[in-house]
Each structure stands twice: as structure tokens, then as C-alpha cells.
Design a protein around this ligand. Structure first.
Ligand SMILES: [Zn+2]
Length: 344
């Protein structure tokens, strides 16, 4: 794998922070699409083949303006070197897949709210489609990963926030207006804290990087005995450090992690009861910890779902790690152009 941040400088995006990785060669006849995943802390892009292989991958800091997003996508487009079938965009928030309009997007990416992503990106005659980022991550698993051949699947992406996507009888759950399936905003604690969505006690307020880090910070602020501290640059301990400290016996970290995992278990039980899936897939940064993440709660989940479901539903981890949302966004292009279909 070669990292080449320099060539991208010619195309206008911030060369200091934009990283390009050449990953695979491709058959000159293979259709290609560009996938883009706009996240809260990073933007990722890739040139993707119909086999789900990443030909080249790109990442940079999350855009903070419409023009920064436009420039990122056009930088990737220039690197493709030959025509692509389309550009698929996965984005946080409520995205209208028909029009590519960002209907609701609170937080740092709020500047995109009300905008058509096809207009923001404006790539002449290259078709542009868009979908919520958790759904694009699920599309990647449906086409090339753990959900292949499955008809009923629940997926949660555990990161800065919690994304949700559901496949019901082989069809992505969208609801009547496209807002359906946002499992991260299911109420888990009716007396819980205010969420980015305006509701209180959402799953995301109890199990996400932000929830875990702010819970640890609350202990630091109360001067409770903690092993981790704020560093010289004022940076708070991150989720990875908190999980590591818990494994090493830090009482505060153990308390925060165990409580968060208890909430995750409760949420997963509810989703298994609601959707009765063949498999539940966990993705996102926190899920990169793998089986070690759910080992402490696996028995609890199995016990609590046994009577209703009569079996233990496999909880697996996304196969397409790191660039799942990006790959699935390109998959959306292939699906719309009928170059690929969902196996049913
Ligand atoms: Zn919420």
C-alpha cells in the first residue's frame, strides 16, 4: 500500500491533510464508481469496482463548507483517470435518496441541510446519488459482506454517533418519508440526556464515542480517582484510551465502559425483538474492537431474547471495515444502474 498525499495537491483540496492510497489495479473494462462518505470528523472517498474492491482510497478532515465538499469529490474524480458510472454519497442525517436532498442534519455538517448533494457536487454529466451513511454501510455488507444472501438484517454503526439501517424482506427500511431506521435515536432512557436530535435519552446519548468520552470527562471534572488525564494540549481521553484503561483495571474507565455496554445490550435486545433479523451487524470505529466488545454482553443478550426469538441471533462485525460507507455508496450507483442486484 502506497500513500501519496502529494499528487492530490494539484487538484485543489488541502494537500496537507488529504491522503491518497493506491490499493488495487483494475481490469480496464470493469465499471467503476466513486463512493464518498461524509462523516462528522472525516470525509472518505474511493474509486470502487463492481466487485467491491477499492482501486484507490482518499481521506481528509470533514468538510466545513459546501466548497470544501465540492473540491474533495472533484479531486477524487480527477484521480479516476477514466469515466466512472456515477458518484454515490453517504451522509449523516436524513437524506432523501430520490432527490439527494439533505433533509435534516444537525451538528457540524448543518451547512448541508436543505441542499441537494447533486447540486453541491455538480459533476456535469456524471450521475450522483445519495443515501444515509449507515444505509450505505449496510448496502456494502449486503452486496459484498456479512449480509450477502440475507433478507432480514439489522446494522448499527458505532462511532461518534450511532447510525442504524435495517433490511426487511430484502428491502432497505426507509419509512414513509425516508427517516425510518434511525436506530441510534431510539429512546433508551426516558429520563436521559438531551440528544443532538432534540429527543432525550437516545441510544446515541448512552453508547457512542461522545457518550463514553463525556461520561469519563464528568468523572475527571468531579475529581474522581481516574488513571487517564487531560493532556497538555487540553485533549480529553478518547474512547480507545478509555477501553484500554478499563482493560488495564482503571476503576473509572471500567465503570464507564460497563455501564455503556449495559446500555448497548439493552438496545440490541430491543432491536432483535423488533426486527427478528437473521443477523445483526456492528460497524463503525468502536466496533473495530471486534468480539472483545460484545463478549461481556453476549450472554445477557442471548438470555433476554431467548423466549421471544427462540434462538441465538448471530452478532457479527462488518466485513468492509474503514471504508464500508464509501464502498456501499459506490454500490448504490451500481444498484441504481442495475449493474448489480441484491440477492434475494
Ligand atoms: Zn437522538
Amino acid at each position: 500500500m502506497t500513500i501519496m498525499p502529494s499528487r492530490i495537491a494539484q487538484s485543489g483540496y488541502n494537500a496537507q491533510t488529504f491522503v491518497r492510497e493506491k490499493l488495487a489495479s483494475t481490469d480496464p473494462g470493469e465499471p467503476l464508481a466513486i463512493g464518498v462518505d461524509i462523516g462528522a470528523t472525516a470525509i472518505k472517498g474511493a474509486i470502487v469496482g463492481t466487485g467491491g474492491d477499492l482501486v484507490e482510497a482518499f481521506h481528509g478532515p470533514s468538510p466545513r463548507s459546501v466548497s470544501a465538499l465540492h473540491d474533495f469529490v472533484h479531486s477524487v474524480l480527477q484521480c479516476a483517470g477514466r469515466p466512472v458510472r456515477g458518484i454515490g454519497v453517504g451522509c449523516k442525517g436524513i437524506i432523501d435518496g430520490e432527490s439527494s436532498r439533505v433533509n435534516s442534519l444537525p451538528g457540524d455538517l448543518h451547512f448541508l441541510e436543505g441542499r441537494l448533494l447533486s447540486e453541491v457536487i455538480a459533476a456535469d454529466d456524471v450521475p450522483i446519488c445519495a443515501e444515509n451513511d449507515a444505509r450505505t454501510a449496510l448496502i456494502a455488507e449486503v452486496l459484498w459482506g456479512e449480509a450477502r444472501g440475507r433478507r432480514n438484517v439489522v446494522m448499527l454503526t458505532l462511532g461518534t454517533g450511532v447510525g442504524g439501517a435495517v433490511l426487511v424482506n430484502g428491502t432497505l427500511l426507509r419509512g414513509s418519508t425516508g427517516a425510518g431506521g434511525h436506530l441510534g435515536h431510539a429512546t433508551l432512557d426516558p429520563h436521559g440526556e438531551l440528544c443532538i436530535c432534540g429527543n432525550y435519552g437516545c441510544v446515541e446519548t448512552l453508547f457512542s464515542s461522545r457518550a463514553i468520552e463525556s461520561a469519563y470527562w464528568a468523572h475527571l471534572h468531579r475529581a474522581a480517582p481516574t488513571r487517564l488525564v487531560v493532556d497538555k494540549a487540553g485533549q480529553l481521553p478518547d474512547t480507545e484510551a478509555i477501553f484500554r484503561a478499563a482493560a488495564e483495571g482503571d476503576e473509572c474507565a471500567s465503570f464507564v465502559v460497563n455501564r455503556a455496554l449495559g446500555h448497548l445490550a439493552a438496545a440490541l435486545v430491543s432491536f432483535l425483538h423488533t426486527f427478528d433479523p437473521e443477523v445483526l451487524i456492528l460497524g463503525g470505529n468502536i466496533a473495530a474492537a471486534g468480539q472483545g466488545l460484545i463478549a461481556p454482553i453476549k450472554d445477557t443478550i442471548a438470555r433476554r431474547t431467548k423466549i421471544m426469538l427462540g434462538r441465538e441471533i448471530p452478532i457479527v462485525f462488518q466485513k468492509i471495515v474503514g471504508y464500508g460507507g464509501v464502498t456501499g455508496a459506490a454500490g448504490l450507483v451500481f444498484l441504481q444502474q442495475r449493474l448489480l442486484t441484491i440477492e434475494k
